[in-house]
Design a protein around this ligand. Sequence first.
Ligand code: 1CP
Length: 345
Amino acid sequence: MNDPVFLQACRGEQVSHVPVWFMRQAGRSLPEYRALRGSGSILEAISDPALASEITLQPVRRYGVDAAILFSDIVVPYHAIGFGVDVVPGRGPVIAAPFQSADDLARLRDLELADITHVTETVTLAVKELAATNTPLIGFAGAPFTVASYLVEGAPTRDFAVIKSLMHQDPVLFQLLLDRLVEITVTFLRAQVAHGARALQLFDSWAGSLTRDEYQRFALPATRRVFDAVADLGVPTILFGVGTGELLDLMSSAGSTVMGIDWHVDLDAGRRRVGHKPVQGNLDPARCLGGEALAVEAAREVLARAGRDAGHIFNLGHGVLPATDPDALAAVVQVVHDEGKAGVR
Ligand code: 1CP
């Protein structure tokens, strides 16, 4: 069977059409997701492989996207080692006792495969189902800095005040924290590939809160170590963050195959900033809120910016907003497949 177009595009190869998937495609914008999930913490849904696999497949069935993303969350490995994480509906990850001192390093023990059998079973189930359409599954993890922001702040934050204080007041401890997170992240990613994930995305969603100096000193070396430690697996890797326009050149040096570009940066400018490696993005999720026609118009703008160079994976510039009408995303998939001809000569 041919290599899926998504994987070809990740490697910068010529493709028959531009592949498309959506960050947060498996989630709250889908009525079938809400019907299955009910209320309760997302961690409960993730702990049930049959349910999590079904949720992973829902957007593939509905939209015909070119890749599935595992239904999981960036805090799952930390929940699995008992760090005391919950994901509160409508809010996000909350930590009962945030990381504060060297004593807390002991709470970040190595991740064992036995801790995440629910995740690897979900991967196995989803991959089996996806084989019929040769649709690749993307595994993922949070990048060390973004995960640290939750573990240290204890909850979603806008100013990153606590983590920046730790970073600058005790850089040695902060580095030790990142070292632990690198280890856990690598184990988590490798386990997903071992069970059939064919690409990996590292979400450094909040890297854009850092200055270039901070990124270079803390986030970049940790991110690079993660990519180095999965390089032998031979699967494409994607690095993504929000508000990272000023960091894209640095992020691009971390070693991913593909760079995610958020919607703040025009895709053509983003491509130049990442040294013309394959790019993923970057439709503003808010432009999908006004119905099909407006979403299609906005998608065409992104396709025009992408030009016809190979190595474009169409995506949003961040996750699907919960209020998005699924028909608008379906229309985006159609226009990308019909009109996106990157790499065709
Ligand atoms: O109960 C629910 O349905 C709550 C919403 C929700 C969902 C659907 C959360 C809580 N996590 C998820 C699943 C999830 N998380 C996926 C599923 C696969 C898909 O993309 O379809 C993925 C990839 C994530 C990754 C994730 N979690 C990131 C990185 C991506 C991004 O959006 O930047 C981050 C930052 C998180 C933390 C998180 N988990 C949940 C929320 C609401 C948040 C963000 C909170 C914040 O603003 O800080």
